[in-house]
Design a binder for this molecule. Structure first.
Ligand code: FAD
Length: 400
């Protein structure tokens, strides 16, 4: 018992008031950092806790275990709930059995803690499809163990070196994948990192026939991975896609396909995990997501759950190109949604919000055109507006 760092009473202590604790941006005080040997002695000042039952519900399909396990059989030791509900043996934990990773709240984005040449082994803990069977292509959610000392923040990428040799007999070059989880990882133990990987397929432009000989190496290995398979990983990489420091700033996210990955991380941080970041977020998060067919919407249950939880603070606008039409009668893409909502998007960014773009390179020309036309309609110079947003670090693009 006794007051924690924030002066609030702990569970079981006199005066403990969960609502007050929550309102102050904290959770159950962290009892014991030594649950995680590699984090011993490293303490953050904020209190964090996770309620596995709540997290499970938020996954939308029962629990995280069931969802990730929908693929090739996720095997967390004792199940995800057991993972949290019980302290590790030999460790005396007083009060609530909670995970103790408060210092992760203090993380600043750093790059290349693990360099490619020193790549570390990551094991596949879970893999499962994140789009429906009726959607074209193959996109998998892959949960990997993250090597000790590998810490990342939302919006960074993981470097993955595929196994085997290239055609010249040399080791393959590393590929980057946006991290789709928060710094806590999908198991909230700070020991995993999740990716959203699209299998790169190749079809003959003339015949349309698939050519497996030209299929993507790394994405193929990741999408075919089984629980227990290992990959050489390094990173984290990138500081382009970081959440704003100001918790009242709006967060506008524009993605196509796997471009949703960093935004899943953002939204989990803002709406799913009961951390100080979620408690203090006072802005609006608005996701624009473009996919070809509705079965291709990524993580739909999660976004539904987060919208409910966000109570209006999370908005999701989808463009489903093969099912919806734009004003001109053509296929509807994200840029058409941006055009429709342009005035509000501009107002939000001009009021201090940040706008993020992620997905295939090909999405940007259409988006820039749409943004320019919205500027023109409002009598604004697009060049000046964009330069201002870039200068203030409100404009973030990561396309590949
Ligand atoms: P490669 O083997 O490198 O092949 C590349 C492409 O060439 C493939 O499309 C392949 O089909 C084609 N090809 C192969 N052989 C031939 C040939 N002979 N002739 C013509 N074409 C051929 N991807 C994701 O899925 N999810 C992400 O979140 C993600 N995030 C990224 C973030 C960043 C910052 C960057 C830079 C990239 C990201 N990528 C992401 C892309 C990813 O890094 C890889 O580029 C992608 O997975 C393809 O790699 P691969 O090894 O599978 O394909």
């Amino acid at each position: 018992g006794g007051p924690n760092a924030g002066g609030l009473a702990e569970p079981g202590a006199k005066g403990y008031n969960p609502a007050e604790v929550k309102a102050n941006g904290g959770g159950v005080p962290v009892s014991n950092y030594s649950l995680q040997p590699q984090f011993m002695g490293r303490e953050g000042s904020k209190d964090v806790f996770f309620d596995p039952a709540e997290l499970g519900k938020l996954q939308g399909t029962g629990d995280l275990e069931a969802r990730v396990g929908g693929g090739s059989g996720y095997e967390a030791p004792g199940g995800v709930n057991a993972y949290y509900a019980k302290p590790m043996p030999d460790v005396e934990v007083k009060g609530e059995p909670v995970e103790a990773l408060a210092f992760l709240e203090e993380l600043q984005a750093r790059e290349r803690l693990v360099k490619d040449k020193d790549g570390k082994v990551a094991t596949v803990l879970g893999i499962g499809p994140c789009i429906g069977e009726d959607a074209p292509g193959d996109i998998q959610h892959v949960v990997l163990s993250s090597p000790p000392g590998f810490e990342y923040v939302e919006g960074q990428s993981l470097s993955v070196t595929p196994g085997g040799k290239d055609k010249k007999g040399k080791p393959h070059k590393p590929r980057l994948y946006s991290i789709a989880s928060t710094r806590y990882g999908d198991l909230c133990d700070g020991k995993t990192v999740s990716l959203c990987v699209r299998r790169a397929e190749f079809s003959d432009p003339a015949t349309g026939e698939a050519d497996p000989a030209k299929a993507g190496v790394c994405s193929g290995q990741l999408c075919d991975a089984k629980v227990g398979d290992t990959f050489k990983v390094a990173g984290p990489v990138g500081k382009t896609m970081l959440l704003p420091a100001d918790p009242s700033a709006d967060v506008i996210m524009v993605g196509t396909g796997t471009g949703v990955a960093p935004f899943r991380g953002f939204c989990h941080r803002l709406f799913m995990e009961p951390t100080p970041a979620a408690h203090t977020f006072a802005g609006t998060a608005w996701l624009f997501l473009g996919v070809p067919v509705s079965a291709g919407l990524l993580y739909p249950e999660e976004f539904e759950a987060m919208k409910r939880r966000g109570g209006g603070q999370l908005r999701v606008t989808t463009a489903i190109s093969r099912e919806q039409q734009n004003a001109g009668g053509g296929r509807k893409y994200v840029q058409d949604c941006l055009r429709e909502e342009g005035v509000e998007v501009f107002n939000r960014v001009n009021a201090g919000g940040s706008i993020y773009f992620c997905g295939l390179k090909g999405m940007m020309p259409g988006i820039l055109e749409a943004m320019e036309s919205v500027a023109k309609e409002q009598g604004l110079s697009w060049e000046e507006t964009l330069n201002g947003w870039k200068k203030n670090k409100q404009w973030h693009v990561e396309v590949y």
